[in-house]
Structure formats: C-alpha cells, structure tokens
Design a protein around this ligand. Structure first.
Ligand code: AMP
Length: 122
C-alpha cells in the first residue's frame, strides 16, 4: 500500500505555523492541540510532526524515535488532561470507511462525559 501525503492538509498547515492552534503539548516529533469543534469537555488531537497519512502508515514507516516520542506524548496529554480517573476514548480514523476528514495522522483523546458505545450502526 502506497500512502500519498498531501502537504496542503490543514494539520500540515498548523505544523508550518500557517494556521493557529491551541497547543497542549509540543515535543521533538509530536504536537497536541485542542480540537476546533470539541465533542466532549476534553477533546485533544495528537499528531506526529512527520508526513504520515494515518496510523498504519506511521506504524509501518516512522522511526523508532518518532514512535517513542508520539506514544509518550499521548501518555503525557492523558496525564495533563486528567483523563484516567473517569475514563476516556482514543480514536484514530483512517480513510474513507473510517471517515477520516484530515489526511494527517491524528489521535483524538476524548473525555469528561460518558461517551456512549464505541460504534453506532450507519
Ligand atoms: P477526523 O474526522 O478524524 O479526520 O477528525 C478531524 C478533526 O479535526 C475534527 O474533529 C475537526 O473538528 C478537527 N479540526 C479541523 N480543523 C481543525 C483546526 N484548524 N484546528 C483544530 N482542529 C481541527
């Protein structure tokens, strides 16, 4: 599977500083910022700085340093946002069936209210 990265996607523009964001955490290889249209009291997006379309692309192609940094960044955001006590959900949509809107890998971290069942029938 070849992954074609579009560097005009909105998160690439955020990474280049062309669009503002509300940063929660920045590390060497990752950026976490608040979702523009939050669907829960806590709704943070965590992205790698590298040009990866989706999670499977990242998991196959990223360096060990990027994967370590990204995984630790997600852990740090969870701790900073205090999501462990009442629980939370992480979502990484991919492609058309996954209804991925922005083609740059992002994990959603959602918390702060009961989130319902994982999936609804379409
Ligand atoms: P997905 O459907 O998984 O691709 O989710 C894309 C997410 O990006 C949505 O939750 C949007 O609200 C969010 N989003 C789009 N543009 C921005 C932006 N400029 N800053 C922060 N979040 C954004």
């Amino acid at each position: 599977m070849a992954y074609a990265y579009d560097d005009q996607n909105i998160f690439a523009k955020i990474l280049r500083g062309e669009i503002p964001n509300t940063t929660v955490l920045e590390t060497d290889h990752s950026l976490a910022f608040r979702d523009l249209h939050p669907q829960a009291p806590v709704h943070v997006l965590v992205i790698p700085k590298g040009p990866y379309v989706c999670y499977d692309h990242f998991a196959q192609m990223a360096s060990d340093a990027e994967i370590l940094d990204y995984t630790r960044a997600i852990g740090r955001v969870c701790a900073m946002e205090g999501v462990a006590g009442d629980g939370f959900r992480m979502i990484a949509n991919a492609g058309a069936n996954g209804v991925q809107e922005v083609p740059h890998l992002h994990v959603h971290i959602l918390a702060g209210r009961p989130l319902g069942r994982m999936l609804q029938r379409a």
